[in-house]
Ligand binder design. Structure first.
Ligand SMILES: Nc1nc2c(ncn2[C@@H]2O[C@H](COP(=O)(O)OP(=O)(O)O)[C@@H](O)[C@H]2O)c(=O)[nH]1
Ligand SMILES: [Mg+2]
Length: 238
C-alpha cells in the first residue's frame, strides 16, 4: 500500500468533518485537514478528532485565502511527511470517499495524476440544474479548447498526484485560488509531460453547509486560462 495523504481543505465544514473522517478511516490513507480558522469551530473539532484518530493530522492557517493557497500549504506538509501520493478532495461529500481507492489505483496502474472526472463516460453530476451544468461544462470546454488539451474535466477538485508531479511543477508560481487552481495544476502537469488520466466519478450536491465558491472565483478562471496558454507559448510555464 503506497503512503497516500488526502488533503482535506475545510472552511466551515463542522457538520461534514467527522462523517468524512469516519468514511476515510477504513481506506488506509492518512488525512491532513487544512483549516483556515473556520469561524464555526471546524479547526477545534479537527484537533479533537486528530487526538482520537491516528491517521488524521491538522494544519491550521491564520485566515481564509481560498482553496489554492490552502492546498499549496497541504501539499508542502504532505511531501515533507513522505507521501508517495497526495490527494485533493472536498470535505462536503460532493466527492464520494469510496472513490478514493479508484484514484489511487489509477496511479498504481501508471498515471502520474488521476483526475476524478464528471465528463467522461460513466461520470456525471447529480441533481444539478441547467445553469450549474452549463457553467461547469462550459468552463471545462473553454479551458480544454484554449489550452489545447484533451482532458474533459479540468475544474474538478478530486485528484491524486504522484509525488514526482508536485516536486516537478512550479507550485511557487501558482497564485490561483479557485477553479483556476485546478485547471493550472493539471495543465502544468500535462506540459511537464506527465501522464494524466481521467477516472469517472459522480459528483453529488454537498451534504450540509454552504458552498464558498463565488462569481469572483469563476471570473478568476476565465481570466487565468488564456494567460496560462500565453505563458506556455512564450516558454515561461514550468
Ligand atoms: N481551507 C480552506 N478550505 C476552503 C476554502 N474555500 C473552500 N474550502 C473548502 O474546499 C472544499 C470545496 O469548497 P466548496 O465551497 O464546497 O466549493 P464548491 O464545491 O465548488 O461549491 C470544501 O471542503 C470547503 O470547505 C478556503 O478558503 N480555505
Ligand atoms: Mg462543494
Amino acid at each position: 500500500m503506497p503512503n497516500a495523504v488526502v488533503c482535506l481543505p475545510t472552511y466551515n465544514e463542522r457538520e461534514n468533518l467527522e462523517p468524512m473522517l469516519r468514511a476515510l478511516q477504513p481506506l488506509g490513507v492518512r488525512v491532513l485537514v487544512v483549516d483556515d480558522s473556520s469561524p464555526d469551530g471546524t479547526g477545534e473539532l479537527a484537533d479533537r478528532l486528530a487526538a482520537e484518530l491516528d491517521f488524521v493530522s491538522v494544519l491550521h492557517r491564520a485566515r481564509k485565502e481560498g482553496l489554492g493557497p490552502a492546498y499549496l500549504a497541504g501539499f508542502a506538509r504532505a511531501l515533507a511527511d513522505g507521501a508517495d501520493y497526495v490527494l485533493e478532495m472536498d470535505c462536503d461529500f460532493s466527492h464520494d470517499p469510496a472513490d478514493v481507492p479508484r484514484l489511487i489505483a489509477a496511479c498504481d496502474e501508471g498515471a502520474d495524476l488521476a483526475l476524478g472526472s464528471r465528463y467522461v463516460p460513466g461520470g456525471g453530476t447529480e441533481n444539478w440544474g441547467f445553469g450549474r451544468r452549463f457553467v461547469s461544462l462550459g468552463g471545462s470546454w473553454y479551458a480544454r479548447v484554449l489550452l489545447g488539451v484533451s482532458i474533459h474535466d479540468l475544474t474538478g477538485g478530486f485528484k491524486c498526484y504522484r509525488r514526482a508531479v508536485l516536486e516537478r511543477i512550479d507550485l511557487g508560481a501558482v497564485r490561483a485560488k479557485g477553479y483556476a487552481f485546478q485547471i493550472e495544476t493539471t495543465y502544468r502537469a500535462l506540459r511537464a509531460g506527465f501522464r494524466v488520466v481521467e477516472v469517472p466519478i459522480h459528483f453529488a450536491d454537498r451534504a450540509a453547509g454552504h458552498s464558498k465558491m463565488s462569481r469572483a472565483i469563476v471570473l478568476e478562471a476565465v481570466a487565468r486560462v488564456p494567460l496560462l496558454r500565453l505563458e506556455a507559448l512564450t516558454g515561461r510555464l514550468r
